[in-house]
Design a protein around this ligand. Sequence first.
Ligand code: PRP
Ligand code: MN
Ligand code: MG
Length: 182
Amino acid sequence: MKDLEKNIREILFTENQIKEKIDELGDQITLDYQGKDLLLIGVLKGANVFMSDLMRKIQIPLSIDFIAVSSYGLSTESSGVVKIIKDLDHSIEDKDVLIIEDIIDTGLTLDYLYHNLLSRKPRSFKICTLLDKPERRKADIKVDYKGFDIPDEFIVGYGIDYAEQYRNLPYIAILKKEVYEK
Ligand code: PRP
Ligand code: MN
Ligand code: MG
């Protein structure tokens, strides 16, 4: 991990803080979705780590699916154009859909997914994100379940990348500016 850690300015949330938050979220979702037909949709690739930890804290029957979208590519700025790279495997009609995201920044990714997935007629549609950066919002997003609010800094780790790297850091950290301001 040394090669990754030298580019980190500050750890925002430790493994333990993340774990405690996910325990709380899992309990709340377990209560709220009793008797429902819960389908978790993970937004690849960033939400992969969060989703795999969260789903094991939800103690009711559920199914999972994944959709892969990308708007950042190798840049730190959203292109604003969201592309579906891999669509869902199954229909979501009549399902109680809970979208799982790692981070909401401009909100453009979720705004796109909201409209795209709502047209497929789920029974209900809610949003769960581990991190929320409200300062940079360009689209109005109603967040139903949230882990943490974060400042306007470039974040990596726990699934979140810079130029496809750092996803394997077990904590959430702020990247040093000199790493991406070259
Ligand atoms: C990142 C992140 C969210 C999205 C948030 O994904 O994982 O999905 O950007 O940004 P927004 O609110 O400004 O749209 P990215 O497009 O980098 O793809 P990735 O998950 O594969 O890294
Ligand atoms: Mn993503
Ligand atoms: Mg990314």
